[in-house]
Design a protein around this ligand. Structure first.
Ligand SMILES: Nc1ncnc2c1ncn2[C@@H]1O[C@H](COP(=O)(O)OP(=O)(O)OP(=O)(O)O)[C@@H](O)[C@H]1O
Length: 160
């Protein structure tokens, strides 16, 4: 079945909204990611600092989404206890855990030293890099949309 680019984007969009709506950990990681991106606006980062922070945030969210997809696939296959189902879910959860540990490492190695070196002057020198602002805006829009569409989807299956 051939799908238009718009349809493909729409499915991907709903996949992200679904994870955000249904997965408690995803909500926590997403909010933490937005918090870190907001904080980063005020920090004197160089290019590598931005790379580490952006990748750490993205990795946690991506692994959380893959974990959600694996959970759904396993549940589709069996609701009964199965050793392989347990392995699949535990390994997927392990991937999220590793990504989360990596992000904690980045927080202590990259963000904390910059916070320590922060002066009041820096607070007035917000760096408005277009890509950074775009990421933040996309994150906030997803959160807002998830929040607003939550009520509408209650009791029904919405897009899903
Ligand atoms: N069908 C199954 N067979 C065997 N073990 C299972 C099965 N389903 C879940 N488990 C075990 O229960 C754990 C939790 O599974 P569950 O599907 O409830 O994920 P979850 O609690 O929603 O995870 P997360 O918090 O990442 O969303 C799995 O990691 C696995 O060890």
């Amino acid at each position: 079945m051939r799908r238009s680019l718009k349809e493909s984007f729409s499915y991907a969009f709903w996949g992200l909204i679904y994870s955000l709506r249904t997965q408690r950990n995803m909500k926590i990681h997403f909010l933490a990611g937005i918090g870190v991106l907001t904080l980063s606006l005020f920090l004197p980062f160089n290019g590598y600092d931005y790379l580490f922070v952006f990748f750490a945030v993205a990795l946690v969210i991506i692994t959380e989404m893959i974990n959600t997809a694996i959970e759904a696939t396993v549940d589709l296959f069996t609701k009964d206890y199965h050793r392989l189902a347990k392995i699949a879910k535990d390994v997927a959860a392990g991937a999220v855990l590793l990504a989360a540990i990596n992000s904690i490492g980045v927080f202590f190695l990259v963000i904390i030293p910059k916070i320590k070196g922060l002066s009041y002057l820096n607070l007035y020198r917000i760096r408005l890099y277009p890509f950074h602002i775009l990421l933040l805006l996309i994150g906030l829009l997803f959160l807002l949309y998830t929040f607003l569409s939550y009520g509408r989807s209650r009791g029904g299956r919405g897009h899903f």
